[in-house]
Ligand binder design. Sequence first.
Ligand code: PSV
Ligand code: MN
Length: 432
Amino acid sequence: MPTNFEISDDFIAEQNKANKDWLAEDLEYLARKLDRRGVAIDKVIESAVKLRVAVPSWGVGTGGTRFARFPGRGEPRDVFEKLEDCSSINKLVRTTSAVSLHIPWDKPESTDDLIEAAERHGLTFDAMNSNTFQDQPGQEKSYKFGSLTHPDGAVRRQAIDHNLACIELGKKIGSKALTVWIGDGSNFAGQSNFRHALERYLESMREVYAAIPDDWRLFVEHKLFEPAFYSTVINDWGTNYYCARELGDRASCLVDLGHHAPNVNIEQIVSRLIQFGKLGGFHFNDSKYGDDDLDAGSVKPFQLFLIFNELVDAGLSGIPGFNPCYMLDQSHNVTDPIESLVTSSIEISRAFVQACLVDRDRLAEAQADCDPILALTTLKEAFTIDVSPILAAARQQKGGAIDPVAAYRASGYRTQKGKERPARVGVSAGIV
Ligand code: PSV
Ligand code: MN
């Protein structure tokens, strides 16, 4: 039996008592407001209840930059403690019951213990993530100059084998997807032959794809730059789409919001991938400059809403095969990671619910009539509705907290973990 401190359902219910009256009042007002527009609030709450976003195991540790990492109190020191934190997040918000593991950061000594821990916490495993962007102690070949695209076949072999091992582990723990992101690229003009590097990537990935079980998916993640600063092999959605199409039906594109140049129209990229049947999923986060890995919805909430506008529209249109996976991928440098993941998951729900409130008939009419002002105001009308009561009601219905951050702080969780988890020298959250 676990002796570690947990946030109990009773504690959350107790905390909710203080907030339930104002929530009822706000819901009543919002219900009347939405009713005027012909929207039944219960249906919207129902949709919010169903929404899921997975959390990254690496997100519960404090991240860092190239300059420094400032470790937080009571950070998880292994995958089991990471699951504890993920479980606390889910208890508060009830939308994050799946955890995405990163291998070898999360490689367990015993798979059975990992399965048991996940079951005990009511968690499941989302996509597996391979790591060939970093050398591990004792590793034979170095990834300094690439992995799946390295000119040396022996390095490629090692990187392919690592991905195959991730699939094998994933099969044992009930995962249904592998996400492949490589840091391969170059730092100097002429250092790499662009065409040959992409050919080698496809050759390596064909072998990984062949090992993907029939009921699994393979997500290809693109990224504009970093760690390579001159060129990156899988640098944009076009290259990603080409690779996913070359690989086959089980391969699709993963869109990490931070992996685009500033000002790029990500919602249009999302729409294109939907149209081409290759939108696999998301790594949600936010950014101001590059791949800042800031909290989802913290810088550009309107952009997040516009992305969900495309997703909700595709869902309502019944586009065949449309079934993207949602996951957060952020680095928490100055906040308590649990608070960041809690608020970010709420921001995902918020954008989704706002998008559900778009008057689609009016938008279609505005588009047909070439009326940009009516089109924009239709979107803005949905975006500016404060849907917080809907989100709180959805959480409450599932036993979550009406005010999750306040409940988390009141629980004293971080202080408890500070006592339970004295820092181990040399433990790192990994590069996020
Ligand atoms: C790379 O920047 C990335 O977005 C990939 O998804 C990695 O797997 C993750 O961050 C962790 O480094
Ligand atoms: Mn990512």
